[in-house]
Design a protein around this ligand. Structure first.
Ligand SMILES: NC(=O)c1ccc[n+]([C@@H]2O[C@H](COP(=O)([O-])OP(=O)(O)OC[C@H]3O[C@@H](n4cnc5c(N)ncnc54)[C@H](O)[C@@H]3O)[C@@H](O)[C@H]2O)c1
Length: 438
């Protein structure tokens, strides 16, 4: 395929060389004469292991060339990969001006091309950038219609500097946000045999994914470093701790705890976080990531209260009181803070939990109920149906099996607020469904 790569920085140079290596006919474009001259000479404009050889071979083989002018590169192009920089503006917001300029030039070159060209953004950009900000630029400059005259797509780049060539060829998967089937088909063809499995999704999802990945990586670094600082003060071997932490691939290095849901709670996580933060304070250590985890959780609970109150209905039914299904341990169950606040505000609340029988709540749990939840015994119902009949707003608080199939039972006059992603929203056909963070 003939591919135009706009921007010969890190991403653009690697993409150009790797795609040319796979037999595509690639033209690189950059406003920098220096970078273009480098490439024309068969030299790499950036320092990256493995890249000089790839570029030299591709240029020698006539599969890679370069120019400073987009218009010159465009004839015959089927795909344009936009890889220009998206730096931070003064206020920290995303500066799309370079991408907009590149898109305008691509659009102008597409005018009257009489050919369907897929314009693929590879630069990192926030959701909405491709569809709301860049597509209109191409529409205006080309006079064409997206999906009919040209395609748009977003293809996040996951390479790491230093291992970029390996990352390109050996990626687990390539994610593609495609605006139309023709764009998806063009990218499938481009990536045949490279980049692992091709996963096609919506453009804003692909845009957000890049930020989720990078934020998670940054969070992991800060998390490990904060525990490193604490370990050093405690005389604990931080590398050994983290090595052992990483050995657990069930709960630690896994998908566990990584789905948006309700706040964490229970008898361990809040208590143990408090202990860690208290010990850090004793050392006069500032560990802002660990210190802000509880605050983040509190805000999530506040958001749930806000969501339930939004509907201005007085009769509420809470389903699931313990912090997870299948236990009657109520200590620090976050839903109880929601219920306590709303009971305090005079809402007419009924409660249900299949694992909770007041007669069998004993020991520390019993003392906790008596001290913190005096309203519970009189509002708890052993059967689900009376709570459903009573409620104008049904709030799902844990993922008990019997709640998951409640979608079709939501009445037309009812709202379901699902705090734990227990119910498939597609099954709620009569009333309203609202997820907390989805
Ligand atoms: N560097 C990385 O490891 C990496 C990894 C993944 C994603 N990204 C993202 O990819 C994008 C590019 O990153 P980079 O590090 O390659 O950037 P870079 O700043 O190194 O390169 C951008 C290039 O685009 C050129 N350019 C700017 N405007 C142009 C125009 N109108 N026409 C032609 N060329 C133009 C510049 O001269 C420059 O050479 C950014 O959004 C970045 O966040 C970078």
């Amino acid at each position: 395929m003939r591919v135009v790569v706009v921007g010969l920085g890190y991403v653009g140079s690697v993409c150009s060389a790797c795609l040319a290596d796979r037999g595509h006919d690639v033209v690189g474009v950059d406003t920098s004469e220096y970078k273009v001259d480098c490439l024309r000479r068969g030299e790499s404009p950036i320092v990256e292991r493995g890249l000089p050889d790839l570029i030299a071979n591709a240029v020698r083989g006539g599969r890679l060339s370069a120019t400073t002018r987009i218009a010159e590169a465009m004839p015959g192009a089927e795909i344009v990969l936009v890889c220009v920089g998206t730096p931070s503006a003064e206020d920290g917001s995303l500066d799309l001006s370079h991408v907009k300029r590149a898109c305008a030039e691509v659009g102008t070159a597409l005018k009257g091309a009489g050919r369907f060209v897929t314009v693929v953004m590879r630069s990192t950009m926030l959701p909405g950038s491709v569809l709301d900000e860049l597509t209109p630029v191409i529409v205006q400059s080309s006079g064409g219609k997206a999906g009919r005259d040209f395609g748009v797509a977003y293809n996040p780049e996951f390479l790491r500097e230093g291992t970029a060539v390996e990352d390109f060829f050996g990626a687990d998967y390539t994610v593609l946000g495609a605006g139309c089937e023709r764009a998806a088909a063009a990218l499938r063809q481009l990536y045949t045999g490279v980049g692992g499995e091709l996963l096609v999704t919506a453009i804003p999802t692909a845009e957000m994914l890049k930020y989720v990945n990078n934020s998670y990586h940054a969070l992991k670094v800060a998390f490990a470093n904060e525990f490193g600082r604490l370990c050093k003060r405690e005389g604990v071997d931080s590398h050994e701790v983290m090595r052992l932490m990483r050995r657990d691939t069930k709960l630690n290095l896994s998908g566990a705890y990584l789905s948006p849901g309700f706040a964490f709670g229970g008898s361990c996580l809040p208590k143990d976080l408090r202990a860690v933060n208290s010990r850090a304070r004793r050392h006069d250590l500032d560990l802002p990531v660990l210190a802000s985890v509880q605050r983040s959780n509190d805000l999530h609970i506040a958001d749930a209260i806000h969501l339930i109150e939004r509907f201005k209905k007085r009769r509420l039914g809470f389903l699931g009181l313990s912090f997870k299904a299948g236990t009657d341990d109520l200590r620090e169950s976050p839903i109880l803070r929601v219920i306590g606040t709303l009971v305090g505000k005079g809402y007419d609340v009924l409660l249900h939990d299949p694992s909770l029988d007041m007669h069998r709540v004993l020991g520390a749990n019993r003392r906790f109920v008596e001290a913190e939840l005096p309203y519970l015994p009189e509002r708890l119902r052993p059967e689900l149906d009376p709570v459903l009949a009573h409620a104008e707003v049904v709030v799902i608080g844990n993922r008990s099996a019997e709640y998951r199939t409640l979608g079709p039972r939501v009445r037309a006059d009812q709202v379901m607020v699902d705090l734990v992603a227990a119910v498939d929203r597609g099954t709620v056909t009569a009333g309203e469904y609202h997820g907390l963070a989805w």
